[in-house]
Design a protein around this ligand. Sequence first.
Ligand code: MLT
Ligand code: MN
Ligand code: ZN
Length: 306
Amino acid sequence: MLIRVLGSAAGGGFPQWNCGCANCRGVREGKIPAVARTQESVAVSDDGEQWFLLNASPEIRAHIESFPPLHPREPRHSGIQAILLGNGDLDHCLGLLSLRESHPLVVYATDAVRRGFTEGNALYRTLERFPGQVTWRVLAPGRVEPLRGTSDRDGGLEVQAMPVPGKPPVHLDGRVPRQAEDNVAFRIRGRRSGRVLVYASAVGAVTDAVRRALAGADCVFFDGTFWTADELPALGLGDKRAEDMAHVPVGGPGGSLSALADLTAGRKIFIHLNNSNPMLRDDSPARAAVEAAGWEVAYDGMEVSL
Ligand code: MLT
Ligand code: MN
Ligand code: ZN
């Protein structure tokens, strides 16, 4: 299984357009040891030819151009076989609307995520220009689903959507009842290799359900949004704490680094990094702590071969 990180930052990216925090200023001015990152999305393939995108970032066009296997090989063609949505957050879904050049798309999502994106959304009509422009495939929690793209060829991968603590997207929160399937991790298994990738870029707490979702994985991508729960208020960037946004922080006694200390996966990678996160700096104590615990920090262009 091949994994390519197209974008590794949380919503807003790094640097974020309206942010003058020390990290954002530092990376803009080239004064800190850190690299810029686009908003999160990852491409996965069993054969290097048929690619499946995990989330559709607002930066999807640049993501496609950044990675030749996703480029068209015929006058009208895409290396993207299908797109999987882990939740309805705009940093995970907005890219769909950018793929509006009359190309058939296959999208895997839970029913709650599909309805949240399509219902009452006039912009979605741009993806309803012809019958079959978007084929939705329902991810039922826990059910193993083979991945097939527009060509209907076997993608060589299967996915299991595992509900993990999360919430509906900001624009729907309070308007729709919260449901377990608002936010899922993906367990993706290569049928030839038997290797398992668990992709959990939005996780509100480390629960038993999260541990079950991660169990036995060869490679784990995990929510790296914040280092501390009060990161935004402490830096004067907002009043929301990590838990208000359904992201478990990485550091501290209740953080994912200590809660997942016994995770045995061969590769353990934090992704969906908010621009405020000290882990973004190569020289920070937070980065040192993460690496000492055997974790890596995702960057755009990172590749993993399982
Ligand atoms: C999140 O990760 O919590 C969301 O992307 C936040 C947002 O939509 O602004
Ligand atoms: Mn996000
Ligand atoms: Zn910033």
